[in-house]
Structure formats: C-alpha cells, structure tokens
Design a protein around this ligand. Structure first.
Ligand code: GN1
Ligand code: MG
Length: 341
C-alpha cells in the first residue's frame, strides 16, 4: 500500500499528535504491519498499525474482542499490585469514534497498539539467560490469564493446534497436489508420513481428562516476547491474535522449536541447525518458574515431547502450504515454505 493510504488509515485512530512517518515494520508471516510516528511535545511517539489478514483470521472482530479482554485483564492485575510492568504492556489504541478497530472502504480491518520502547525481540536466542527470560515471560503470560473471568475466549482459528487435523489437511493436499510440487518434496513428505503416529499423543490425553485446556498464547515463537534492551529482562508478550483456549504445552513446544536452534526457521543449510540442550534447560527453568504451581504432572511429563510435536506440526503446516501453492504464509523466495518445512 502507498504511504499516503496508510497514513489516512492511521489518522482514523486517536493519535497523540501530527503524523510524521509511516514505515513497514516487523517480520510476521501473516498480518501487514506498519510503524506510525507522531510528533508530540515530548518528542516522537511510535505506534503499531496492523491490517488483520482475513484469509487467516475469518472473524477479525473476534480477534480484537479477545485482544481487548486479555490486555485489559493483564493491565488491571498489574495495576492492582502497582507493578512497574504495567507501563510497558500492549494497549489497544482506539479509533476517534472509540472503536477497537477500523474497517476501511474495502472491508479490511485495521488496529493500532502502542509501541513498546527500549525493548527488543530476537529471531535467534543468543544466551541461556535470554532463553530463561523469554520462557519465563510466556509462563508468566499463562499465569496472568489463569483467572480470566467470563466466557471462554473466541477460538480465532478453529483447531489451530489440532495436530491430527493438520495431518489430515496435509494428506488431502498431498492427494490433490494442485501445483504439482509433491514430486520435488519427497524427502519432506516421507518424513511426515513416517512420524505421523506422534500426532495424537497430546489430544488423546486431553480426551482422557489428563491434560487441561487453559488460556494460552498459541504463537510463542521466540520473537513474540520483548526483553528490555539494556537488562534483557522480560517486558511483555506480543502478538495476541491466537490467544484462546489451548494447551500449556503448545506454548512450551513452540518455544522449543524457535529458541533451541541457533538458526532462523528458514535456514537452508541443515548442518547449521542443532538442538542446543543448555538452552532447552533454560526454557524449562524459566517456564517452570512461573507455571510450576499449576501445571499437572502429565503436563510436566510432556514438556520435552511438546517441543518435538509442535516442531513437527509446524513442519506439516509449512509443507502443506508449499503443496497448496503458498496461500497462507507470506513467502519471500521460491520454495520458501519448503525450506521452512
Ligand atoms: C505465523 O505471523 P507469525 O510469524 O507470528 C503463524 C504461527 C507460526 C509461525 C511460523 C496465525 O506466525 O502459527 O508458528 O508463523 N501464525 C498464524 O513462523 O498462523
Ligand atoms: Mg503471529
């Protein structure tokens, strides 16, 4: 989109001063994200403007309703205990007519949040202490939402981490092979077929009542936690689009996927990819620090397994999208989803 068009959208929101700049921001695979800068008497203030991808989120208003409930709940709890963390949490910036989103003339849904300053995200975790803090923050996030009042959150993407259904979708896509890509993806396809037996493990435990459904983040890619730029202490958790009923283990598992490898998820040189066990230890330690009081023995027993499962599930998702012709994740090069898989 052109700059003046984005600026016009940004101006629908309660800005703190005249808009001076808009720029593309972040590296998510789904939504379109911009950084909007406004001039104020205290200097420039940045906010984050996003267009919700409605191909992925079919009910964007429900996404925003969840975001509002979750952010307000966390704020209220932090304020009640006078926590300094309250000042650096995500807050929805409303439109001039007090709505939590703006619907443009094309039916696109836009939302704005504050930009958390002096904080950083990492694509790759460099040190054990960063792993500990990141995991502690995702554990903290679950603990903050354990007493979320009211009805269950909307399921913004139904069956998001239902691994058996992800596998079924993969099988269907493989059968159709609409872009004739199966032939050139054979090693990856064989891998999925060979390991399919792990898909049911967690949901079987849920079915038997051994693992509870909680409010979870569901997208705990390590770049979705912000650490203070100087102290590397945890500041906040971001990207709340998939906060909904889920398993604690989904959140732990995606941290394992994204924090234990010394490479980004689309690294092509597989010799560079490894499981850094000391970092895994730190993930357990950090996560346990915030969740040990409520995790059940069955959840604790499956922490390591969840890393394997969610990594496998993500592989299935990337491979399915590669076979589909890249209709879900943004790609930046040919075979990008295959590389990610
Ligand atoms: C997507 O948009 P982003 O990068 O935060 C995806 C996650 C995947 C991740 C893989 C709604 O997250 O589930 O784990 O890509 N989000 C959605 O990098 O599908
Ligand atoms: Mg996301």
């Amino acid at each position: 989109m052109k700059h003046h068009e984005i600026a016009a959208i940004a101006e629908q929101f309660e800005l703190t001063g005249p808009l001076t700049q808009v720029a593309v921001f972040g590296n998510g695979h789904i939504n379109e994200t911009y950084c909007v800068t406004c001039q104020t008497e205290q200097g420039p203030v940045r906010t984050v403007l996003q267009r919700i991808n409605q191909n992925v989120f079919k009910q964007p208003v429900q996404v925003m309703e969840n975001c509002q409930r979750v952010t307000e709940h966390i704020h209220a709890k932090l304020k009640a205990i006078h926590s300094p963390m309250a000042a650096r949490q995500l807050t929805i910036i409303k439109t001039s007519d007090h709505q939590i989103y703006h619907r443009d003339a094309h039916g696109e849904i836009w939302r704005m949040v504050n930009c958390i300053e002096q904080a950083v995200t990492r694509e790759i975790i460099e040190t054990p202490s960063m792993a500990l803090e990141a995991a502690r923050m995702f554990g903290w996030f679950q603990s903050m939402l354990i007493d979320l009042p009211g009805p269950a959150l909307h399921e913004t993407i139904p069956d998001f981490h239902n691994t058996p259904k992800r596998f079924k979708a993969f099988q269907d896509m493989l059968q159709r092979d609409p872009c004739d890509r199966a032939g050139s993806s054979q090693p990856e396809i064989d891998f999925v077929l060979k390991h399919a037996h792990v898909c049911d493990v967690l949901l079987d435990h849920v079915g038997q009542g051994h693992i509870p459904v909680r409010v979870t983040h569901n997208d705990t890619k390590i770049n979705n936690v912000m650490l203070d730029q100087d102290t590397h202490q945890g500041v906040c958790v971001i990207d709340l689009d998939t906060v909904m009923p889920g398993l604690s283990l989904y959140d732990f598992g995606d941290m394992v996927r994204t924090a234990t490898s010394p490479t980004e998820e689309d690294e092509r040189d597989l010799s560079k990819i490894e499981m850094r066990l000391p970092l895994f230890d730190m993930l357990v330690k950090g996560f346990a620090r915030e969740t040990h009081t409520f995790l059940t023995p069955m959840e604790k027993q499956h922490l390591a397994f969840s890393g394997k499962l969610i990594t496998f599930e993500q592989m299935i998702r990337f491979l399915t999208d590669h076979l589909a012709g890249d209709t879900y994740y943004k790609i930046h090069r040919e075979n990008h989803n295959l590389d990610r898989a």
